[in-house]
Design a protein around this ligand. Sequence first.
Ligand SMILES: Cc1cc2nc3c(=O)[nH]c(=O)nc-3n(C[C@H](O)[C@H](O)[C@H](O)COP(=O)(O)OP(=O)(O)OC[C@H]3O[C@@H](n4cnc5c(N)ncnc54)[C@H](O)[C@@H]3O)c2cc1C
Length: 349
Amino acid sequence: MTPRDADLVIVGAGIVGSCIAAATARAGFDTCVVEQQRIGASGATGASGGIVRTYHDDPALADRAALAMNALGSSPEFTRTGFLSLHPPEAVERAVAEVQRLRSRYATELELLTPERLSGRFPMLNTSGLGVGVFEPNAGFVDPTALSRRFAREAREHGARLLEGVSVSAMRVDTSGALELECSLGTLRPRTLIVAAGAASSALLAWLDEPLALRSKGICARHLIAETEHALPCGFEDLTTGMYGRPLGGRRFLIGRPTTDWDLPPNASPPLRADPLFEYALRMRLPRCAAAVSEGGRYAVDGYTPDGLGIVRSSARVGNLFIATGFSGSGVKLAPAAAERVLNWVRAR
Ligand SMILES: Cc1cc2nc3c(=O)[nH]c(=O)nc-3n(C[C@H](O)[C@H](O)[C@H](O)COP(=O)(O)OP(=O)(O)OC[C@H]3O[C@@H](n4cnc5c(N)ncnc54)[C@H](O)[C@@H]3O)c2cc1C
């Protein structure tokens, strides 16, 4: 069988496309993955921090992330660090309610910490302006490239074909309603098509003429070296400044803050810029890390949707086309839930 005959073609093998491929191939669907570069090594996945945790102050995101903690929390690519979410005083009530919901629904281990307890437990933190901290001891991070490659290996072991270095240049529906993909190998005619091409999905799907609430945005994580070991002992997000980070091992750690770099081309990689708000947030919240030395960083573009949960649905216009994109800086956590949804859709057809 040649790739032209493949029943189900997935375009894009970042974390989402690879996770979907493992799910569909394991379930016995004749799967072919088309990736223009190397599996898991480019796009947002290739630059990702890979943090996986259940607790979020958004219950819809937490419900999807809980599935990822179950699926990935004991995988060989996972490192447990714990994760601390820092909330302002006005968000305490909401945080407490969400902690109770996650404890009872998923038995997630979560600790609620007052600013006094936070100072005792995490002496590197300046707790001024904080209302409460939520600590999830079993959270951590995965290596997104290694995980994507493991998913791709599993897909191949179940008969999937992996086409690396093959770019899809056009898609269309012919006069009989059959899907056609133009790529460097020629024309593919899959019975089912899954587009999981990250921020490149909008351009690939422009022919569909179907509104997609999808914009591209840059994400930047800086890598720093602190003066002392374990200056940042766990993953964290500071909801008062938007800053997040995780340890990288020894004295090294990564820290990011949301950018305002909207509507960039998918492969954009601008040089790291000075960011006074980032410098302020770091000095204010983690004063012991303020003198850390920069080791550069990672920058990549992801697709964003208004709800931050991604577009995970079939096309309204073409019945055998499914779209899985727009994971809004959370695609590693959202990949297992997206793959489950795709598999349910493929099975139901
Ligand atoms: C710096 C940074 C830190 C992050 N930290 C976290 C985190 O801690 N936790 C978390 O959950 N998420 C995090 N994210 C977000 C997460 O990494 C992304 O949401 C996720 O990787 C998106 O995966 P994807 O498979 O949808 O897209 P991508 O990883 O972008 O993959 C799309 C793939 O499609 C391929 N492709 C595109 N066009 C074509 C074409 N025409 N033909 C063939 N192939 C094509 C690309 O080469 C690429 O490999 C972070 C992202 C960045 C950049």
